[in-house]
Design a protein around this ligand. Sequence first.
Ligand code: GLU
Length: 307
Amino acid sequence: MTVPVFRFAPSPNGELHLGHALSALVNAQLCRDAGGRMLLRIEDIDTERCRPEFEHGILADLAWLGFEWEAPVRRQSEHFADYGAALDRLIEAELVYPAFMSRGETRAFVADREEAGRPWPRDPDGAPVYPDQDRQLSSRERRTRIAEGAPFSWRLDMEAALERLAAPLFWEEDGAGPGGEIGRIAADPRAWGDVILARRDTPASYNLCVVIDDAIQGITHVVRGRDLYYATAVHRLLQELLGLPVPAYFHHDLVLDRDGRKLSKSRGDTALRALREAGATPGDVRRMIGLKAGFGAAGLTPGVSPP
Ligand code: GLU
């Protein structure tokens, strides 16, 4: 029998807060219940925002919480070659194209359209879908602009990618979606439009790295916050295009602040380090995020808020 493999995958771009504690502890519990192995992955592709001191803080916070993981830790910044190789395969397959509009230019383009009374589609995270101008450039125009030094990102040609699929995409949801979805979920990545796979300033995007790493690390169970539920459709598509194995997914509740918003790294008051320094114990953290001492996943309450 194959042993289930879980992973916790924080980004060292700030301090861990109560939301991360929930994610780590739910992961650990489900891993124990399944008799699995727990891996830790540091998602530090954004070399501008990620810092070694945050990584040290993450390791210290997790150890304090009693979260245990196997060595070695996989650090994404050490594996850009793996992501580059996957991107090359998609370039070769003509499923990605160079996209020349910066974030600011895209925003301005969309604002212009909307001011003219033409509503513009948003992706599930609320960002405007990338305009299709660049997708329609001829290969000659692309070569010229690149030769002129125009900065560009690589984006997935969503329609072309969907056309390559032999069968509709699904995933197994063992947690719950925002509307309580569970079981076999039909994945619909179309709403994301031409997602970015490599940025001009970062050689690979979260969506690309996460599927490559889950495959390389042999992850069978992905346990993470519900904010990533809709992105799973993009992950399923990339897994299919790259011929990668498909883990089961468990999306758990988010810890919300008093105003009902997802916690953010910029709000220090729920940071684990601050709580620890103020004398809180790991047991206090469990209580704050609605986990009972020997909790199971069923012991979670939806949209738990710290007191
Ligand atoms: N690095 C992501 C985060 O910190 C988690 C990604 C994942 O679990 O797939 O939100």
